[in-house]
Write a protein that binds this ligand. Structure first.
Ligand code: 5AD
Length: 352
């Protein structure tokens, strides 16, 4: 499909996105069908060594930090499996208390005891860790590049003293290790203009992403960006709004740019519109939902932004299923891995 920079810019700025939404929904149906894949999310730790200017878990913040025990973690895994989900997503801050070996043993045990695909979202870990976890059986890795504007990225995402942060390079390495690779951006970061957001979407395509996650930037009061401390150098009329409609446009354009990708309707979108944000994402290009299985007593501590809502257990099965059925879609069977252009599933294969 022809979708070049001017087309993307035009859609991002249009006041009539209805034709874009119809196209995205048709492309979604044609390439990935009516199934919505459920991924069970476990936020295994909220420790983080990074100082991202947007995130409530940044190292400087004093909040109660937790790391699940192996047994707490596996009781979540068993619930996800027993509900018939195909994938567990293991997410944390960049936490080196999650050792290479501990994660290897967790991945091996999930693979030995369940048919679940394993997705990791554990930050910018060294290559050796990513390789060891792939070797242990991990199938997918999520790492958003947040923005393709290098100057803005440096401002909001300071490197560790020991190494320069280069998420695009890590994404390429993940591909070469054989992971299915997911990335994405926040929409409406202060200082993000329309040109850079159009570039983000072109970057999704050039990276040939298997998964794309996008959501609105939501200001967290205990962060430099949330407090308005970082001053933007772009004209006001070029600033991308962090609005629901803008996120839906980016989801739709991501579907057109990457027709085969798995695209979630994200929690951040549903936080902006708790009533039907999930459904709107799913009818404008998305085909994945990620209900939260973090144990209740830790859930409020994983506050990357305020008022994060959750499609949550114990209503997980019910509420996610009802939302999916209410828009005439079906629940995906199997692990819901990327479908390749010849229609086959990639290697982690179908469940049952
Ligand atoms: N608003 C919206 N999204 C955020 N994330 C982190 N902080 C925020 C925020 N304040 C997103 C980032 C990160 C993902 C795990 O959560 O895109 O990659």
């Amino acid at each position: 499909m022809k979708l070049d920079r001017p087309d993307i810019l035009g859609w991002l700025k249009t006041e009539d996105p209805a034709p874009l939404f119809l196209m995205a929904d048709a492309v979604r149906r044609k390439f990935v069908g009516n199934a919505v894949h459920l991924r069970g999310l476990i936020e295994i730790s909220n420790h983080c060594v990074r100082s991202c200017a947007y995130c409530g878990l940044r190292a400087e913040n004093t909040l109660r930090r937790y790391r699940l025990s192996t047994e707490e973690f596996f009781s979540c895994v068993r619930r996800i499996d027993s509900l018939g989900f195909g994938t567990v997503v293991i997410q944390a801050g960049e936490d080196y208390g999650i050792t290479t070996e501990w994660m290897v043993s967790i991945i091996k045990r999930i693979k030995a005891e369940t048919p679940l695909a394993v997705t990791l979202s554990l930050g910018e870990r060294p290559y050796e860790d990513l390789a060891a976890w792939r070797e242990a059986g991990a199938d997918r890795y999520l790492l958003r590049f947040e923005t393709s504007d290098a100057v803005l990225y440096r401002k909001i995402h300071p490197s560790l003293p020991s190494r320069t942060s280069d998420r695009l390079e890590i994404l390429r390495r993940l591909k070469s290790l054989g992971y299915e690779v997911g990335s994405g951006v926040m929409v409406g970061i202060p200082g993000q203009d329309y040109r850079s957001l159009a570039e983000d979407i072109l970057t999704f395509r050039s990276l040939d992403l298997d998964m794309i996650g996008v959501g609105p930037f939501l200001p967290h009061p205990d962060t430099p960006l949330g407090r308005g401390e970082l001053h933007s150098s772009i004209p006001e009329d070029q600033q991308v709004p962090n609005s629901e409609i803008m996120v839906l446009k980016v989801i739709a354009l991501s579907r057109l740019a990457c027709p085969w990708a798995n695209i979630p309707s994200t929690t951040a979108l549903a936080t902006l519109n708790p009533q039907n944000g999930y459904e709107l994402g799913l009818t404008r290009g998305a085909n994945v939902v990620m209900p939260n299985f973090t144990p209740g007593r830790y859930r409020s501590l994983y506050a990357i932004y305020p008022n994060k809502i959750c499609l949550s257990e114990p209503d997980t099965g019910g509420s996610a299923l009802n939302r999916i059925r209410s828009i005439g879609r079906t629940v995906g069977k199997g692990t819901g891995g990327r479908r390749t252009p010849d229609g086959t599933l990639s290697e982690c294969g179908e469940r049952r």
